[in-house]
Design a protein around this ligand. Structure first.
Ligand code: GTP
Ligand code: MG
Length: 647
């Protein structure tokens, strides 16, 4: 990326359409979903306006300049360390009263702000009439109205970015006493805070940790601290709440000037969405709806259609009888060396095993999952699910927000561990990462397990009940063992929306190709490693070492290979399990045991790497050791119990 290109940073609260706008401006695709916290890291793209080149940066949403979660810190750091040419503050127009506060903060910070009133369609549906021109004059910055979902107004935004010129920022003053304290503090600030001195002083008064850390190294810190303390004793509600209320007063005055309301007739579509929105989050109706979604979305579509029908067709009717023999013939005709042949098309061949596992077994399952998940994300169901489970999640030391990484884990654990950044405390991120790595099967595992067990309803019931019990008990025990309290549940509930087909397809496709590009090299390397192991005899010895463990949990010795593979990638292990069953090597009881063990078994290498990066190596390794013990312990336990009942 060109470092000298002018930077355009898109900032704003979560779920206001920043990523949708980023995609339009740059022509690339980053995920757009109807829940707060979709973007957890920055994305960079290019924009060309006439002769000007820009580097556009999409950021994780943040509610205010004071970050709470890790992903909010990412945006704050970006604003203070980069020197943006333009900062586009994207807000949800219907929530202008709440969101304009941050616009004032950004202006006061001396940043070159353009205000984008997005989601104008919903504001208009509610009868809001916003005087854009007047708002621009009051704020002293360019204001643009857009509807990113329908691509309306985005070219105006492009023009505004291209023509933007820095102006002297307007100052919106607060109450006398606060202003005096701000002056006293900012006079004593000598370090480079990245934001203007006035805003830094205000942030200090509000207890912002990032500014505090720096201010404590100031020579006159004691004097600064005295000013803060002197002011805070005056306000019983606390300085932070006081300043927030003050900022709200200023914003309210502006909103009163620029927003008028038209009289509305009630719209039937809105009433239906409102009703559905309510019934999904009440336990009496919400739990049956959740069961309905899980049954049709996961069991029928991913399990039966994706992992059953599609895999069966692509693997057993296309790859095994047609493509594999063709490639084998090709290899044998043109490549005279036996060892190369076996490396490419042998039992562990790069093509016959690695490529086939990735394309014929894993991709259809992961693809169907991503499709269902994209639809769910775009409707706005997930935040409602978060509300529904919030009360139950308190027993696991989590709040309802954790449902988003946990359900995403049903797609890919690696992605999900990154999304735990949206959780507030270190403790919650730790607990969610552990539950994710232990109990949540990724879509590849889930699909294979459902497809293999689906002919026997009792087997599906035993497996799912067991997983639920492990989730609940391990969740409960870990919450007891890890000290700390759960944070309060706060999540904005967006309106239910009809998913846009183009976004659903693009998102599912982009995740599928990301996934495929990630797994293919690992699958190929795994095939090579296995081939070397097989050729040198090491694999056999390793498998032999693993065999007693297999017998201990009641599985045939051949299963050792599947578990070894699962170590490289969960999905590789799952695909191995599929192959074993097709070959008729497992009885129903053994299938249940294998399904339990492989679901609980260690996270794949990619997920482990993200765990180590996000939570630290020591934590990641400790988790893996615990997971291996629990997985084998569980499998052995189920083996003993099932043999008692002669299942
Ligand atoms: N009705 C309507 N929906 C919109 C508009 N712009 C975006 N959306 C929808 O709003 C939701 C959020 O969009 P995103 O682009 O993911 O929002 P974001 O600001 O990047 O959100 P985070 O990544 O969570 O911070 C998606 O469901 C979009 O389809 C709009 O102008 N009108
Ligand atoms: Mg986003």
């Amino acid at each position: 990326m060109n470092d000298t290109a002018a930077k355009v940073v898109l900032v704003g609260s979560p779920n206001v359409g920043k990523s949708a706008i980023f995609n339009y401006l740059t022509g690339s695709y980053v995920a757009v979903s109807n829940y707060p916290g979709t973007t957890v890291d920055i994305s960079i793209g290019r924009l060309k306006c006439g002769k000007k080149h820009f580097e556009v940066i999409d950021t994780p949403g943040m509610y205010s300049l004071i970050p709470i979660t890790d992903e909010e810190k990412v945006t704050r750091m970006l604003l203070t360390t980069q020197v943006p040419e333009v900062v586009v503050h994207v807000i949800d127009a219907k929530n202008i009263r709440r969101m304009l506060i941050m616009t004032l903060q950004l202006i006061a910070a001396g940043l070159p702000v353009i205000l984008d009133l997005n989601i104008m369609d919903e504001a208009q549906d509610r009868g809001m009439l916003i005087d854009i021109k007047l708002l621009g004059e009051v704020l002293g910055i360019p204001v643009i109205a857009t509807c990113a979902a329908k691509k309306i107004g985005l070219d105006n935004l492009k023009q505004a970015i291209a023509n933007h010129k820095r102006a002297i920022p307007k100052v919106f003053t607060l109450q006398e006493e606060i202003e005096q304290a701000v002056v006293k503090i900012s006079r004593r600030l000598t370090r480079h805070y990245g934001l203007g001195k006035r805003v830094s002083a205000l942030l200090l008064l509000q207890g912002d940790q990032m500014t505090l850390d720096m201010a404590q190294t100031e020579e006159e810190w004691l004097e600064i601290d005295a000013v803060i303390k002197e002011l805070s004793v005056k306000y019983k509600v606390g300085l932070q709440a006081m300043i927030a209320a003050e900022l709200q007063v200023v914003t309210d005055e502006i909103v009163l000037k620029v927003v008028k309301y038209a009289k509305l007739r009630r719209q039937p579509a809105r009433t239906l969405a409102g009703w559905l929105g309510k019934v999904t989050r009440r336990p009496v109706t919400g739990i049956p709806i959740l069961c309905f979604v899980l049954y049709f979305g996961l069991y029928q579509f991913v399990g039966k259609f994706g992992a059953g029908y599609l895999v069966d067709y692509i693997n057993n009717s296309v790859f095994v009888p047609l493509i594999n023999p063709f490639v084998e013939r090709l290899a044998r005709t043109f490549i005279p060396w036996d060892w190369v042949n076996s490396l490419l098309v042998g039992e562990f061949g790069i093509f016959t095993m690695g490529f086939r596992y990735a394309t014929a077994i894993i991709l259809p399952i992961v693809g169907t999952f991503f499709l269902v998940f994209a639809i769910l994300e775009d409707t706005g169901y997930l935040p409602r699910l978060a509300m529904l489970v919030d009360a139950a999640f308190r027993y696991f030391g989590l709040n309802g927000r954790a449902i988003i990484p946990l359900t995403l884990g049903l797609g890919c654990g690696t992605m999900a561990v990154m999304v735990t950044r949206t959780l507030e405390s270190r403790r919650e991120r730790l607990l969610a990462t552990f539950l994710l790595s232990l109990t949540i099967p990724c879509s590849a595992q889930l699909g294979v397990v459902l497809a293999l067990l689906s002919h026997n309803t009792a087997a599906v019931a035993i497996w799912s009940m067991y997983m639920l019990v492990v989730f609940i008990s391990i969740g409960w025990i870990s919450a007891k063992l890890v000290p700390g309290k759960r944070s309060a549940f706060y999540m904005e509930i967006p309106p239910l929306r009809l998913p846009l087909l183009s976004n659903v397809v693009k998102k599912a496709y982009s995740r599928m190709s990301w996934y495929f590009m990630e797994i293919l090299p690992v699958f190929i390397i795994t095939s090579v490693v296995l081939w070397v192991g097989d050729y040198s005899g090491i694999l056999n010895e390793l498998i032999q070492c693993f065999e007693p463990a297999m017998l201990f949990i009641g599985l045939p010795p051949e299963a050792a290979q599947t578990f070894l593979l699962g170590f490289f990638r969960r999905d590789y292990g799952a695909a191995g399990l599929y192959d074993l069953t097709i070959a008729g090597k497992l009885t129903d009881t053994q299938l249940v045991i294998a399904a339990i063990a492989i679901t609980l078994f260690v996270p794949c290498i990619a997920q482990f790497a993200v765990m180590a990066k996000e939570r630290g190596m020591v934590t990641a390794v400790t988790m893996v050791i615990l997971i291996v013990l629990i997985a084998f312990g569980s499998a052995a336990f189920v083996h003993r119990v099932l043999s008692l009942f002669a299942f």
